[in-house]
Design a binder for this molecule. Structure first.
Ligand SMILES: [Zn+2]
Ligand SMILES: [Zn+2]
Ligand SMILES: [Zn+2]
Ligand SMILES: [Zn+2]
Length: 356
């Protein structure tokens, strides 16, 4: 295990001083009655405190993540759902991947075309399920038989009468006699009044039409087909994630640091396994460790693994762990500012804060 050579505070300060804006330097450092020169600014007098921290950087692979999903798919919806769908029309223009908030693939307005509904063959209607298309169903009163069995004779066409007879001694006896049924006029049944003796009544589901509205196309016979295609992203820029302690984030924003690191080939500790983002692996190479470093490592590790799952980061993508230094500075005027160096000896970036 080799140790990386962290930048010194002096190297950081000199690099910053040689590029700092002259007018602003004068504002912070000009002494009365002395002509101001950049070289007159002293590191020893200016730097009030030095803190070390750790910066973690890895590149995202937006291009590959999108390329993997270039397949377009088509969707079919009815007239109701097409109103609920959000369509896009980029008009041949590309959009920046950084500013895009939506899905990576979206329904494209220009691809909408009308197609016949497959379920109803474009008719808009299907056979009524209740009557099978006949428009009529069996009568419930007669159970479809058209006739109702006579209740009085139970279909036997005759009823039995009992006649009381007296003999000469006044003794009573009864005699049974079958007579034709008067209720059904000796037919045994009568015509069903509810279906006019047809055994069928009109189908209520389809109002006798024999068809019902197709629920796939909502009765229109037409479906709308459209393509879901990748958003046309501009993908020339590098895209990376940067991590460092919240205390430093107060002074320098992540986007600036990311852009500077994207533009340069800064060297540091290179690991490819996110589980190596921990003290016992990194401390021997950095030769220092801070309380914040643990948190920064954990955040980076969690995100890296998440990104790999979502294929935003290719598995095995290098993770760069960079030594970094913060110089708390004070000008002759008494005004505070901060200088930050990120990287290794001879290969680092410098930023400042509150120097304006
Ligand atoms: Zn249909
Ligand atoms: Zn009868
Ligand atoms: Zn009937
Ligand atoms: Zn019907």
């Amino acid at each position: 295990m080799t140790m990386v050579k962290a930048i010194s505070s002096d190297e950081t300060f000199q690099e910053w001083l040689s590029h700092a804006d002259l007018k602003t330097l004068e504002k912070f450092f000009k002494k009365k009655k002395v002509d101001f020169k950049r070289e007159l600014v002293s590191a020893v007098e200016t730097v009030q405190g030095v803190d070390k921290f750790v910066v973690i950087y890895f590149e995202k692979d937006v291009k590959a993540a999108l390329a993997g999903k270039q397949s377009q798919r088509t969707e079919q919806v009815n007239s109701k759902d097409i109103e609920r769908t959000r369509f896009f029309d980029f008009g041949g223009k590309q959009v920046s991947v950084e500013s895009w908030k939506g899905d990576k693939e979206v329904p494209m307005y220009q691809t909408i075309k009308e197609v016949k509904c497959a379920k109803c063959g474009g008719q808009g209607s299907v056979k009524c399920k209740s009557c099978g298309g006949a428009g009529k169903v069996a009568c419930g009163t007669c159970d479809g038989k058209a006739k109702i069995t006579c209740k009085a004779c139970k279909g036997t066409k005759a009823v039995e009468l009992e006649i009381e007879i007296l003999d000469g001694e006044g003794k009573k006896y009864r005699a049974k006699r079958r007579v034709p049924c008067g209720e059904c006029h000796a037919v045994g049944s009568y015509n069903c009044p509810d279906c006019s003796a047809t055994g069928k009544v009109r189908c209520k589901s389809c109002d006798s039409s024999g068809v019902s509205s197709c629920d796939a196309c909502k009765g229109t016979g037409t479906m709308y087909e459209y393509a879901v295609q990748p958003v046309p992203f501009i993908m020339s820029k590098k895209d990376a994630e940067v991590y460092y302690s919240k205390d430093v984030e107060k002074f320098i924003d992540k986007q600036s640091v990311e852009e500077m690191l994207n533009a340069r080939d800064i060297q540091g500790i290179v690991i490819t396994n996110p589980d190596d983002l921990k003290e016992n692996v990194l401390k021997p190479q950095l030769n220092y460790w801070t309380k914040d470093a643990d948190k920064v490592c954990n955040d980076a590790k969690k995100d890296y693994k998440d990104y790999v799952k979502k294929s935003v980061v290719k598995e095995g993508t290098k993770i760069l762990v960079l030594p970094a230094i913060q110089l708390a500075c004070k000008g002759v005027s008494g005004k505070d500012f901060q200088v930050f160096g990120i990287g290794v000896e001879g290969n680092f970036i410098v930023l400042d804060a509150r120097f304006d």
